[in-house]
Design a protein around this ligand. Sequence first.
Ligand code: ADP
Ligand code: MG
Length: 478
Amino acid sequence: MAEEAIINNDSVQDQWGQICSQLKTEVGDTAFESWLKPLTLGSFSDGTMNICVPTRFMRNWVITHYSDRIHKIWEKKNPTIKNVNFIVQSVQEEAHGLYNPTCRSLLKKISSTPVPQNIYQSGSSFVANSNEGSLNDSLSVPLNPQYTFDNFVVGKTNEFAYAAARKVAESRNVSFNPLFLYSGVGLGKTHLMHAIAWHIKQQDPSRNIVYLSAEKFMYKFVRALRYKDTTAFKEQFRSVDVLMVDDVQFMGGKDTTQEEFFYTFNSLIEEGRQIIISADKSPADLEGIENRLKSRLGCGLVADIHPTDFDLRMGILNNKAQQLGIELPVKVAEFLAQKITSNIRELEGALRRVIAHSQLLSDKEITLDMTQDVLKDMLRSYDKRTTIDEIQKKVAEHFNISVKEMQSSRRARTVARPRQIAMYLAKQLTSRSLPEIGRKFDRDHTTVMHAVRKVEELILEDSSLAENVDTLRRTLEA
Ligand code: ADP
Ligand code: MG
C-alpha cells in the first residue's frame, strides 16, 4: 500500500523527469525523441516500477538499449525501486478504452502528445487471428531481434536476395520498387525483411516502417469495412515510408482486399515510398491474384532464394552454434547438414533439439550417436525418401554391378568397394542402425562399421572416389 502510494507522490514523477533529462544528454536528442520521450510512468508495486511503451517494437528496443541504464539511474535515486518493467500500451487501445489500468498516466498524456507509432508489427502468418472485433493490437509479433543482416548467413543460394535486401536497406533513395522476395518456406524471406527494417530503423529512427503479413493486412482491412472505417484504414498507410507485406500469396482469391492493396500499393509507389513484398512464388506464378496486381508486383526487382546447399547448411549450423556458445562437433554438423535438407527452419529446429537434450542431461556432450538418437522421429520421416534398397540400387547402377552382387559374399574390389560405399551412404542418409544396415547386405554390424570408416578414410585420400560418393549422395538426395 505504502508503495502504491508512491506513484501519486510527485517525487516519483520528479525523479522520472530528472532521469529523462539525464538520458537526453546521454543519448542525444534524436534517440531521446524517438525512443524515450514516448515512455510514461505506470504503476509501482512490490518494488517494481512499470513503464508504459506504445508498441512492442519500441519495448524491445528500449529493453535492449536503455533498460539497464534506466534501472541503474533509478536505483540510485530511489532504492525502493528494485525492478523496472516495460509494458506495451498501444494508442488504439487507449483510444478505444481498452487501456490497461497500469498505464493510467498515458491516457492523460496522449491527448496532448501524439505518440509516434513508427512501426506496426504484423500478426504472424502462422497464428490465426482469434479475437477479431477487439481493437487490441497485442496479437502483433514484434520484429525478431535475431533477424538481422549480421545473423544472416550468405551462400550461393541466397546471395542475390541478400544483396538486393541490403541495397534497399542502405539506399537513401528508393532503388528497386517493389523489391519482391520469393522462396519456399523456411528459407529466410521473413528474416531478410526484418533485417531491412532493423537496418533502416538504426540509420534513421524517424522513418515510418510498416511491416505486416498479408493476413494482417486483410484482417485490418476487413475490420475497417465492418466498422465502416476505411478512411482511418487508409490513413494509417498514408504516412508510411517503407511498407513491407509478408506472404502475399495469402491474398490469393481475396478480391476486395487485393483491390484495396492495389490502391495502397500504387499510391505509395507514386509517392516514391519503398515497398517490399514476399511470397512463396514469383509474381507471375501467384495463384488467385489479379493480373494487374501481378504485373505491378513484378515491375521492380524480383529476387528468389533457392533451396539450401550443403555449404550453406554447414554455415548456418556453425553460426548458430557459435551464437549459442555451443561446441558443435564437425561430424554432428555434417550429419545434420546432410540430413536436414528441407529448409533452414527445420535445420534450426533439429539443432535446437540436440542442444536442449544435451543441456537437460546436465551438459551431456553432443555426439553423433546422441544426435541420431534424439532426432530419430524426425529423421524417420526423411528416411521415407531414401531407403537402403534405393541406395543399393543406385550405387550398383553407378558402378555397373548388380544388386545381387552387392549383397553377395564376393570380395573382389570391383564389388567390395561399391558395397562399402553403399553401406557408408546408408549410414549417412538413413537413420537405420548398423545392424539394420548389415542385415540388408547380409553382413553383421562390425562389417558395416568397418566399411563406414574405410570410406571416410578413402574420401580424404582419393579424390575420384570422393567425387563418386558425392555424386551418388546428390542423386539420392534429389
Ligand atoms: P521464410 O520467411 O522464408 O519462411 P524465415 O525467414 O522465417 O523463412 O526463416 C526461417 C528460419 O531460418 C528463421 O529462424 C531464420 O532466422 C532462419 N534463416 C533463414 N535463412 C537464414 C540465413 N541465411 N542465415 C541464418 N538464418 C537463416
Ligand atoms: Mg516468412
